[in-house]
Design a protein around this ligand. Structure first.
Ligand code: F6R
Length: 609
């Protein structure tokens, strides 16, 4: 989704902005632009297409002079991707440049009003309204104009503003869309994502909703919506810049798949002490947990799929009802939530707007919120009553892999810790499950060591135009994720079904040559699943089976090819099974020549509803 970077200091701004934009490319975008103020005044270059095209245009102009500027990558919402709709947008008098992430909901009404005063708009975007409104309110004090404009607009925004009348400062403002400020010797930066500025500083702070910041080379002031000063806490970003680089892999996605043993190890090890799971971060008493009426899991996309697996795990361990809701549906379904409901919110980015809005709704209805988040200091983390971070490190590929795996590991930790506190697990079962969890990183390494076999099978099956993933119970939850991985990066049609559900309609689509990926690692339902596999096989499907090593022979008798993972505790099966599914999707997409790290139409962090 859109990205923002801003710089004010004593060096040339343009190269810093372009490099920052390159680091934001992974978020997904369709156009890009920069505005720099210098001896040539306010210079704006923007274009549809890649950062490289923008950099070439800047070069053709002989560069942009000036040590203050803003950059933006746009993911089109209002108005098609085009040069004119790209940001920065500049007010009619050419003196105020704006970059914006989010959506201005009442833009049409404001545009109509401004047009009635004689303002001419050049783009179709909601963002241009902000630039024009700022000019309308500007009477010599840009901060005043910003507060007036912000009181008038509705919607979500992270804004970067540069006014030619005060060219020593950038203004930033945020509501529901992330924005960070970075501090350095003789410079300040702003960005929608730390990856854009980590090269320059690790000393950052996160703007909160309603806050406005004013940045010069040497000073940074933060205010609330009424311009009252606000003290901000600085945070240190401690991951290495190499974590956001490919490190010899062809794609970030492959690198991140291969990092899963480490990511899972980093996530679980600090939370296991003396044979027990210790979640120091949480303050939920055993009484509170025992009295829960329900756990409501809220998430989107792959995080939702983790929620689907979590339902099986948590219901089994805690003996409490667990409901899983798509965040975009939760808000509008009149959910039954009480003070005894725990909302478990799952999000890699911590900024997905649907999930954030659902979190707020759950809180409003009285639930306490526990979140599982990867990005430290993100909105979801900050607004939760308790947060368990997944220590996956930065995830750059749009298709999530290591964040998914670490989210699952945190679910298992929660299951163990809560079950013990609630008295719903015996000592022996607890010890077995914990030992299996600690062994996961090693088993993940083993699964990854077979990636050439998966590459070979991808080369056999990559040309099937339509793929069904079937499985029961936890196998079904993994099938959902396997199917999403495949379709999002290879653009093949794919669906996931609970294996027993197929015969209620969808089986009519199975014919000679359809590829079915059958997940059959779940022992308690193994025979039932295999009956469903026989049903598709006898209708002509090509079947790729996935199971645990001890069941390989039984599966192999029915299917065309079999992939295996080592046996683990049955509740941890998804952690191992998902890896061959990720690799299969990766290699199929590779064989189709797809842009794996930046699939079409997708964005890493979805900050619009
Ligand atoms: C798919 C994927 C998305 C995200 C979804 C939620 O590979 O990454 O489906 O899982 O957009 O994002 P987060 O977890 O950041 O809330």
């Amino acid at each position: 989704m859109c990205g923002i970077v801003g710089f004010v200091g004593r060096k040339e701004a343009a190269p810093i902005l372009l490099e920052g934009l390159r680091r934001l490319e992974y978020r997904g975008y369709d156009s890009a632009g920069v505005a720099v103020y210098g001896s040539d005044g306010l210079q704006v270059v923007k274009t549809k297409g890649r950062i490289q095209a923008l950099a070439e245009q800047v070069e053709t102009r002989g560069g942009l002079n000036g040590s203050i500027g803003l950059g933006h990558t746009r993911w089109a919402t209002h108005g098609a991707p085009s040069d004119i709709n790209s940001h920065p947008h500049v007010s009619e008098n050419g003196r105020i440049a704006v970059v914006h992430n989010g959506i201005i909901e009442n833009y049409a009404e404001i545009r109509e009003f401004l047009e009635s005063t004689g303002v001419h708009f050049v783009s179709e975007t909601d963002t241009e309204v902000v630039a024009q409104l700022l000019e309308y309110y500007y009477q010599g004090n840009i901060l005043d104009a910003v507060t007036k404009a912000l009181h008038r607009i509705r919607g979500a925004y992270a804004l970067g503003i540069l006014c030619a009348d005060c060219p020593d400062r950038l203004i930033a403002a945020r509501k529901d869309s992330p924005l960070i400020l970075g501090f350095g010797e003789g410079f300040h930066v702003l960005a929608s994502d730390v990856t854009a500025v980590i090269e320059h500083t690790r000393d950052v702070c996160y703007l909160d909703d309603g806050e406005i910041a004013e940045l010069t080379a040497d000073h940074c002031w933060v205010y609330d919506a009424y311009l009252r000063p606000v003290e901000k806490e600085h945070r240190h970003v401690d991951w290495e810049i190499s974590a956001a680089e490919k490190g010899g892999y062809e794609h970030f996605m492959l690198k991140e798949i291969m990092e899963q043993p480490k990511a899972v190890r980093d996530t679980i090890t600090p939370r296991i002490r003396d044979g027990k799971v210790v979640l120091d971060e949480l303050e939920f008493s055993p009484e509170y947990l025992k009295n829960l009426d329900k756990i409501y899991i809220i998430a989107c996309g792959s995080s939702y799929h983790v929620g689907m697996a979590a339902k099986y795990v948590l219901e089994r361990l805690l003996r409490k009802p667990v409901e899983v809701a798509l965040a975009s549906e939760f808000r509008y379904c009149d959910p039954i939530v009480t003070e005894k409901t725990l909302a478990l919110v799952i999000s890699q980015s911590g900024e997905t707007i649907d999930t954030l809005a659902a979190l707020r709704e759950a809180k409003r209805l009285g639930a306490r919120v526990l979140s599982i988040v990867n990005v430290v200091g993100s909105s979801i983390a900050r607004e939760s009553d308790g947060v368990l971070y997944t220590w996956a490190g930065p995830e750059i590929a749009v298709a999530t892999t290591k964040a998914y795996s670490t989210q699952l590991a945190v679910v298992d930790l929660i299951g163990l810790a809560f079950a013990r506190a609630m008295g719903t697990i015996g000592e022996e079962e607890y010890a077995k499950l914990l030992a299996a969890l600690e062994d996961l990183p090693r088993q993940l390494e083993e699964v990854l060591s077979h990636r050439e076999q998966i590459q070979y099978l991808a080369s056999i099956y990559f040309n099937h135009p339509s793929v069904f993933f079937i499985g029961r119970n936890l196998d079904y939850a993994v099938g959902l994720e396997g199917s999403l991985k495949l379709k999002e990066i290879s653009y093949l049609h794919s669906e996931a079904y609970a294996a027993g559900e197929l015969k209620h309609g969808t089986i009519s689509l199975i014919e000679s040559g359809t590829l079915v990926v059958a997940l059959a690692g779940c022992r308690p339902v193994f025979e039932k699943t295999m009956s469903n596999v026989v049903e598709v096989k006898s209708r002509g499907a090509d079947v790729l089976g996935l199971t645990i090593a001890p069941l390989e022979e039984a599966v192999g008798k029915v299917v065309d090819h079999t992939l295996t993972v080592p046996e683990t505790h049955p509740l941890l099966l998804p952690s191992l099974e998902v890896v061959p599914m990720q690799l299969f999707a990766y290699y199929v997409a590779l064989m189709h020549g797809c842009d794996i790290d930046k699939p079409r139409n997708l964005a890493k962090s979805v900050t619009v509803e």
